[in-house]
Design a protein around this ligand. Sequence first.
Ligand code: G3H
Length: 222
Amino acid sequence: MKFFIDTADLDQIKTAYSWGCVAGVTTNPSLYAKTGGKLADFEAHMVKIAEACPDVPVSAESTATTTEEMVAEGLRLAALAPNIVVKLPICAESLAATKELKKHGVDVNMTLIFTVPQALMACSAGARYVSPFVGRFDDIAEDGIDQLSAIVTAVKNYYGPEHTEIIAASLRTPNHVTQAALLGADIATVPFAAMEKCLHHPLTDAGLAAFEADWAKVSAAE
Ligand SMILES: O=C[C@H](O)COP(=O)(O)O
């Protein structure tokens, strides 16, 4: 399973990318709003992200509401940098836009996926990625991992990763990441704070401290 970083914060993206394990970036309008960015600067910000990690896909989300506008905005976003993927929330208009954008060679990441039928419709329209949300199910006292599992099973019955990859999204914890990997998601997109948590384990931290303390003894004995 690949790791994507789920943020629009350029510093967080650069830091996580420098770790060498980040294979993509996902953003959305809420994540961009969190950066304090202005509407007029949105496309320039997406270019900065795409240039900061030029060898991995960067999802930039359209906020258009009609198929025609989605296609136009999608073509504009895709032209900003060769590694930009157009993110569209699932609806009738975005399915049609996905089919059209595919004809132009533009990859679409279809987001706000909560059900198996939504995921299959996105694949069928030609989405390169589908993003089922986990945490938001947990937020309403349902089991997001169960829903993700059903989507992985159904999508893998009919489509391979060459056609559509599954991005487990709305992940909040290292355990979400573990579960997404065990059930066969192709990608986990992880917020920076959760990505940092994934680095640590109390035994790793204690082991590192012990190595440092013992090495200090060796050095002191010289
Ligand atoms: O855009 C996709 C995000 O992974 C959603 O995450 P969230 O539910 O924590 O806002």
